[in-house]
Ligand binder design. Structure first.
Ligand SMILES: Cc1cc2nc3c(=O)[nH]c(=O)nc-3n(C[C@H](O)[C@H](O)[C@H](O)COP(=O)(O)O)c2cc1C
Length: 301
């Protein structure tokens, strides 16, 4: 039985080049499904669990280039030289990048070049996912006009769903959303949507902050709900390293998930999971201090 995603129905094919393989067993340290050692020999067994999911770890680990994996969007040619220690960001440079990042809500009126958009998407695509191949899709709004249109469509959608945040709507939804959901809709989402709509009438883009680029990351019904969020976060950090500012925008997810008109326009499948939008652009604000943050709790168990 293969582990399904929206793009994969069967296990990937694993072929061992026996003329190269010296049965060192290194690949079995990274694969606990398909590969194992039996009597000192490497065995491929596609009947264990779901068979090969095409993660590529065996190809990445093999010192003899003796493993070929094809299928589930993995191709042996996708393996390339691993960046050296010297080339990789170390802890301090990563931490400094994280500490310097702030959500940006004011952008210069300058478009993000296509090659930079490509770099952000490339970096985001390296994110881990629940089950390969990735079931994350990305909608790219690469000019101010396109971002504006996306905002207008989302605000139309919010207008259509506004009844949900009225008292009768909230009471109707209460069994589904619980106490915290009820409070959040009543006190946060409802007033926020009203403000977005009012400001939009006045020509103010409170949703996307006049950003020149927006990416919307969403997952298929098969994806782990975390998949698009992790990919979006990678994209955000990549953008930071490229001198861009960004801000995550939560509301497009539920609108896209619940509004058939919006899904039809943007060709997003009915059973998609709510995703996350990020707006990007060159910052028109300079932060002078970093801000210390703490988790709600870090507890030894
Ligand atoms: C899931 C998620 C959704 C968010 N949605 C919005 C949003 O719709 N609008 C907005 O201005 N900021 C949004 N933010 C950004 C947060 O408000 C921001 O991260 C927070 O204010 C902390 O600021 P910092 O990013 O500068 O540390 C979102 C952040 C996350 C993680």
């Amino acid at each position: 039985m293969a582990l399904r995603t929206s793009r994969a129905y069967a296990p990937a094919e694993v072929v061992i080049d026996r003329s190269r393989c010296n049965n060192c067993g290194i690949c079995t340290k990274v694969c606990n499904m398909t590969l194992s050692m039996r009597a000192g020999e490497l065995i491929v067994d596609q009947s264990r669990l779901w068979g090969c999911i095409g993660c590529g770890q065996c190809v990445a680990a093999c010192p003899e280039d003796a493993i070929r994996v094809e299928g589930r969007d993995f191709h042996t040619a996708d393996s390339f030289p691993i960046p050296s220690r010297e080339e990789r960001a170390d802890f301090q440079s990563l931490l400094k990048l994280f500490q310097a990042r702030r959500s940006i809500r004011r952008f210069r009126p300058r478009e993000v070049p296509p090659e930079v958009i490509g770099q952000i998407i490339d970096a985001a695509s390296t994110a881990p996912m629940g089950v390969p191949p990735s079931d994350v899709s990305v909608l790219v709004f690469r000019t101010r006009e396109k971002v504006e249109q996306f905002a207008a469509d989302l605000l139309d959608s919010m207008r259509r769903m506004r009844w949900m945040f009225t008292m009768p709507g909230l009471l109707l939804m209460r069994p589904l959303i619980g106490k915290e959901g009820y409070e959040s809709f009543e006190e946060f989402v409802g007033p926020l949507v009203d403000t977005y709509l009012e400001e939009h009438e006045r020509g103010v883009d409170m949703l996307f902050y006049d950003a020149p680029l927006a990416l919307y990351f969403y997952g298929s019904a098969y994806a782990d709900p975390a998949d698009p969020i992790i990919a979006a976060t990678y994209g955000m950090l990549a953008a930071e390293s490229l001198g861009l500012g960004s801000c995550m925008i939560g509301l497009p997810g539920p609108c896209m998930k619940n509004d058939p008109r919006l899904r039809t326009k943007y060709k997003v499948p009915k059973n998609c999971q709510p995703g996350l939008a990020i707006v990007f652009g060159y910052p028109d604000v300079k932060f002078r201090h970093a801000v210390r943050r703490r988790f709600a709790e870090v507890r030894e168990c």
